[in-house]
Design a binder for this molecule. Structure first.
Ligand code: ATP
Ligand code: MG
Ligand code: FE
Length: 337
């Protein structure tokens, strides 16, 4: 089975050919980060226009690099949501046209199912398993009792982790997206600010990061008002330590209480060096099997979409030409039948 997958949910235009849901034959990514950096964040209208400019080329390049002809494709898959509606629309229209012209099945795919299935590109999944999703727009604990079945057991009540990272980075003065800069500053700082950990109710798997973010902004502003230069390294390290402690603790508790076989880390913040190291150490100590995708499959890419789409190829759940981009698409509802 050869799936051509397309991803345009935010500011990466990507296309990939994935064989049997697990073998990446090509994964072409065109990032718009340099364009959006000047604005300090993603500008939706600009993102859509950039996707339109490159999408056809990126799809052709993915096929060429994979050495697969359009005729040999089994299906065309695309991210239907969640994401920016105008950005999603470009991928959906491109994938629809391509599938229709070739007479191939079309598979509507969920962006977060994609992030989770990036782990399938590393190793076979065993069930039940728990996924810790940490990205720019999501912070969730997802239980998969069987293949292709998603149940949300925890979610953020305010900011997503990536969002908090980017806001803290902006206060420090790092360029967008600031997550990787905060990560680096945190690991290099000899000192750490003491910042709060937000656990919520004792048995809750939910998260809250807006209080922590505000605590960071207050520290920065208080120093500046006193005419001092804030110790940005110590602030970054204190922030990162708080985030990691809560994420690791709740993920391990979710694994224990569901008797999960594996813990999967995914989403853009899964690229965080401190988080990868802390989870690896903790899982090693507790004998929990952990999968972490390589960096290229953590941030947005189409290979992960091809891996998730394979679920629906197996069950034959195809979309038709009335498919519409859905910025609020539900992960649980996307579960296979
Ligand atoms: P979603 O997947 O929820 O729709 P998104 O697709 O915009 O959101 P991703 O591309 O998955 O998000 O992840 C981008 C986020 O990851 C940004 O917030 C970025 O700052 C963060 N990020 C990337 N690398 C790191 C890192 N090393 N440390 C912390 N955060 C990071
Ligand atoms: Mg992105
Ligand atoms: Fe994403």
């Amino acid at each position: 089975c050869y799936i051509l997958a397309v991803e345009t949910s935010c500011d990466e235009t990507s296309a990939s050919v994935v064989k049997n849901g697990s073998e990446v034959l090509s994964n072409i990514i065109s990032s718009q980060i340099d364009t959006h950096r000047a604005f300090g964040g993603v500008v939706p209208e600009v993102a859509s226009r950039k996707h339109v400019e490159v999408i056809t080329l990126i799809m052709e390049e993915a096929l060429e690099k994979a050495g697969v002809t359009p005729d040999e494709l089994s299906a065309v898959a695309v991210t239907q949501g969640p994401g920016l509606v105008g950005a999603l629309l470009v991928g959906v229209v491109a994938a629809k046209s391509f599938a229709f012209a070739l007479g191939k099945p079309l598979i509507a795919t969920h962006h977060i199912a994609g992030h989770i299935y990036a782990n399938r590109l590393v190793r076979e999944l065993r069930y039940p398993c728990v996924a810790l999703v940490v990205s720019g727009g999501h912070t969730e604990l997802v239980l998969m009792e069987r293949e292709g079945h998603f149940r949300l057991i925890g979610r953020t009540r305010d900011d997503a982790v990536g969002e908090a990272y980017d806001k803290v980075a902006r206060a420090i003065g790092f360029p967008y997206p600031g997550g990787p800069f905060v990560d680096k500053a945190a690991l290099e700082s000899p000192a750490a600010e003491e910042l709060p950990r937000v656990w919520l109710e004792p048995d809750s798997y939910d998260f809250s990061f807006s209080g922590l973010k505000s605590a960071v902004l207050n520290l920065v502003n208080r120093s500046k008002m006193k005419g001092e230069t804030p110790d940005y390294g110590a602030i970054a390290r204190g922030f990162q330590e708080s985030v990691i402690e809560v994420l690791v603790e709740k993920a391990i508790r979710a694994v224990r209480s569901t008797s999960a076989e594996q813990l999967l880390l995914c989403g853009g913040v899964a690229a965080n060096k401190g988080l990868r190291a802390a989870l690896t150490e903790r899982c090693g100590r507790e004998g929990v099997e952990l999968i972490i995708p390589p960096l290229a499959y953590c941030t947005d890419n189409a290979a992960m979409i091809g891996a998730a789409a394979y679920l629906k190829w197996q069950t034959g759940e195809y979309a038709n030409l009335s498919l519409k981009a859905d910025p609020g698409l539900s992960l649980e509802a996307w579960s296979v039948e």
